[in-house]
Design a protein around this ligand. Structure first.
Ligand code: ADP
Length: 318
């Protein structure tokens, strides 16, 4: 097993569950360090049950993670395959986001090799699963940060733009806004449809309030919180605007109960899937049930946000 790409709270719970479930079923487990990089360089160790003791509560990943350009080349993937053969590894569990699963899919096809993926990303942007490992913890972190920002925002009558992660998808921004009682969210799914900022400032907030908080998903289209704030300074100069970029704060911390439980269920399901001869699938959870989602679906399809939530936010922020 390996963790790759951006780390997410709950990855350790997944590592623990994969290890223990595999050993429970009589298999041998190896941990590959630093994602696909360790697969190429052979940074691999056998994992026993005690290797994963006392990690369920820890953020990050004990296997470390990395971004690996070589794995994007056929030569790099060939080296990775040779490592797997040399180490007598028969199947791979890859824990990571969109990029990790894209790499897993290409590798699995190229070498006809069994790979099962686990969705490990705070962005919640993988199709076929209601939630991803790390999303709930990140959402809670955002909520706690915004609660604190609200104290100062309301003391000074300011308009705060708080930037959260989610370059392509607004789950964190939209649900973060709902959870923290923020006035609005500016999300990538809507940015091509309408000018969310002018909507908010012309018709929305500020009519009845002195201070407002808007969650902004990082985005090349809107320029994120900085881009939006620059626009306000030019177009609505009477607002006292402030920007907070939560950045890597959002990735850290001890995983929430939900993330630990989900990651544990998914880790066990990964081994079940391999025992059932499933391959090239991502483990997902839909309506509380474990599902197997082909890599092609998990990666390619855009996961839609629930647009009803936009309306709920609009109604509750008047
Ligand atoms: P995440 O998994 O969090 O989305 P990245 O997008 O950085 O993170 O992807 C993690 C790693 O997956 C990359 O560093 C690379 O090794 C591998 N990867 C991503 N895209 C591809 C691809 N198209 N082909 C092969 N490997 C890929």
């Amino acid at each position: 097993m390996l963790t790759s790409g951006g780390d997410a709270p709950g990855m350790n719970a997944a590592i623990r569950a994969v290890t223990r479930s595999a050993i429970f079923h009589g298999m041998t487990v190896k941990g590959i360090y630093r994602g696909y990089k360790g697969l190429i360089t052979g940074e691999i160790a056998e994992f026993k049950t005690q290797n994963v003791s006392n990690i369920i509560q820890r953020g990050g990943t004990i296997l470390k993670t990395a971004r690996c350009m070589e794995f994007k080349t056929p030569e790099g993937r060939k080296q990775a395959f040779e490592t797997l053969q040399k180490e007598n590894i028969d199947a791979l569990v890859a824990i990571g986001g969109d990029g990790t699963l894209t790499g897993a899919r290409i590798f699995a096809q190229e070498f006809n090799y069994p790979v099962v993926g686990l969705p490990g990303t705070i962005d919640n942007d993988l199709f076929g699963t209601d939630v991803t490992i790390g999303y709930d913890t990140a959402l809670n972190t955002i909520m706690q940060c915004v609660d604190k920002i609200r104290d100062t925002a309301s003391s000074h009558d300011r308009l705060f733009f708080v930037e959260v992660m989610g370059r392509e998808c607004g789950f964190l921004a939209l649900n973060g806004a709902l959870a923290s009682g923020a006035e609005a969210a500016i999300i990538p799914e809507i940015s091509m449809e309408k000018d969310q900022l002018s909507d908010i400032l012309d018709y929305g907030i500020r009519t009845s309030k002195n201070s407002s908080i808007v969650l902004v998903a990082e985005s090349e289209v809107t320029g994120g919180a900085m881009g939006v704030a620059e626009r306000v300074k030019k177009e609505y100069p009477n607002f006292d605007v402030r920007v907070t970029i939560l950045g890597h704060l959002q990735r850290g911390g001890s995983p929430s109960a939900q993330d630990r439980i989900m990651a544990t269920r998914m880790g066990v399901a990964a081994i079940d899937a391999l025992l059932e001869d499933q391959r090239n699938v991502m483990i997902g959870i839909q309506n509380e049930q474990i599902v197997y989602v082909p890599f092609s679906k998990a990666i390619r399809n855009e996961k839609p946000i629930n647009r009803d939530l936009l309306e709920v936010l609009r109604i509750t922020s008047i």
